[in-house]
Write a protein that binds this ligand. Structure first.
Ligand SMILES: Cc1cc2nc3c(=O)[nH]c(=O)nc-3n(C[C@H](O)[C@H](O)[C@H](O)COP(=O)(O)OP(=O)(O)OC[C@H]3O[C@@H](n4cnc5c(N)ncnc54)[C@H](O)[C@@H]3O)c2cc1C
Length: 412
């Protein structure tokens, strides 16, 4: 699948990144991870902490898939509000989902001190603004739901928004505890640490077919075979080429990164910005003083058509930046790209086993919070592989129905 089109922004920020060999010959391990993006990297890092015998392969270079297109916003709040999650999944499950996201973000914020390559993870606040006056009651309701369940949220009226930013909006929710990252560096940093901890890493090694046995799985690659007692599939949106998930949908999304600005506009705390409209626009800054903007989602088209659309969709994104921040009028995009993006119908990622793939687990962090979902998945699956039960996995089951289910019994 051609995942990305246009010019991607991160490779140039890490020119002296580590590289890894291709597999030559046959080997065996306790756990094979297929995919070296954010999901595979977090999993490999977690497994290296327990000293597991693990192997990770990627058919491209490390971080060469969707993680290379990732705009690096890390948020507790999801595309689906806490209020909507509670309405769909019931109070216990809705709140559990948000708590898992908060815990994952805290774990991500803890990473920099534990890694040898700086992943450029920076704590940030977020501002979710009302796109129209009609959305204000929804925001107020969400604010009440979030605070009632212990999540940080401040309801800001139009005056307070105007005081802190260049733009006017009818209202907004301001929250703390989020972060931004350079996702390319984060993946490399995690893989580098996992490799130092004993995980064997192979790039340019494509998994082609699998044989399932009573005691494990043989994965045949274009370079040799790997026998593993357990396999973690973390192949991103390309997992849909192996098995089609009923609840998953692939679309196109677009993003730009501007040239560094001499001075950032009036932008309180360089917070992460997003809005109530669906599909939504989002904005962030970078440590070098650039603005990243994303959105303009549309139906999945063939890669040639997306290549052509990058120009017009990204021009519109630049106009949206100028509309919010008139001070930067005339700013140019240094990078403009379009990419496949995966969502699920019920708004939850897909994580866990599948009855048709014995000894296997899937990480499908579909949705705008893919990095946070990757951390949740690594945590749940590392514990599962170590024999510790994680009933939270029921929430993300690949075979779940859309009906609200009773909350899994999670120990405090
Ligand atoms: C434009 C854009 C902006 C985004 N912004 C954000 C954001 O701000 N915050 C956020 O949290 N998320 C964001 N996301 C989502 C995020 O990028 C993804 O959730 C995340 O990168 C997925 O990581 P992954 O490891 O699942 O997939 P990938 O990064 O695609 O990694 C999967 C890897 O599997 C490999 N692979 C596939 N098949 C095989 C095979 N047969 N054999 C060997 N290897 C194989 C691929 O080569 C690939 O490297 C964004 C996505 C896009 C497209």
């Amino acid at each position: 699948m051609k995942l990305n089109s246009g010019q991607l922004p991160w490779e140039s920020t890490f020119k002296d990144r580590p590289s890894y060999p291709s597999l030559e010959g046959d080997l065996s391990c306790d756990c094979l991870i297929v995919g070296g993006g954010m999901g595979g990297a977090m999993m490999a890092y977690r497994l290296s902490l327990s000293g597991a015998s693990a192997v990770l392969i990627d058919k491209r270079e490390i971080a060469g898939g969707s993680s290379h297109a990732n705009t690096g916003l890390l948020q507790i709040a999801n595309d689906k509000s806490l209020t909507a999650c509670i309405n769909t999944f019931g109070e216990a499950n809705g709140v559990l989902f948000y708590k898992l996201c908060k815990e994952a973000l805290d774990n991500i914020l803890d990473l920099p001190g534990k890694l040898d390559i700086d992943p450029q993870i920076i704590p940030r606040s977020s501002l979710l603004y009302a796109s129209t006056p009609e959305d204000v009651p929804l925001l107020r309701q969400e604010h009440e739901t979030l605070t009632a369940h212990g999540f940080h949220s401040e309801f800001w009226g139009a005056d307070k928004v105007r005081e802190h930013y260049s733009f006017s909006k009818p209202a907004a929710l301001y929250s703390k505890g989020d972060a931004e990252t350079n996702p390319f560096r984060t993946v490399h940093s995690l893989i580098h640490k996992a490799h130092s901890g004993g995980v064997r890493i192979y790039e340019h090694t494509r998994a082609i077919r699998y044989e399932y046995h009573a005691d494990g799985v043989t994965c045949y690659t274009d370079r040799g075979s790997i026998f593993a007692k357990k396999v973690i599939f973390s192949m991103g949106y390309e997992t849909q080429e192996m098995k089609k998930d009923r609840g998953a949908e692939l679309i196109n999304t677009y993003a730009i990164k501007t040239r560094p600005l001499a001075k950032l506009p009036k932008w309180h705390e360089q917070s992460l910005l997003w809005e109530t409209a669906r599909p939504y626009l989002y904005f962030r800054t970078t440590p070098e003083g650039c603005i990243i903007a994303g959105g303009k989602d549309e139906q999945l088209t063939d890669p040639e058509r997306r290549e052509v659309r990058v120009l017009s969709q990204c021009r519109q994104l630049l106009e949206e930046v100028e509309a919010l921040f008139p001070e930067v009028k005339g700013v140019e995009a240094e990078y403009a790209w379009g990419a496949v993006f995966g969502t699920t119908r019920d708004g939850l990622p897909l994580i866990g086993p599948h009855p048709e793939y014995p000894h296997c687990y899937f990480i499908e962090g579909y949705g705008g919070n893919g990095t946070v979902y990757s951390m949740i998945a690594a945590d749940l699956l590392a514990d599962t592989l170590a024999g510790r039960e994680r009933p939270e996995l029921e929430l993300f089951s690949l075979t779940r129905s859309a009906k609200p289910s009773p909350a899994p019994a999670v120990e405090a």
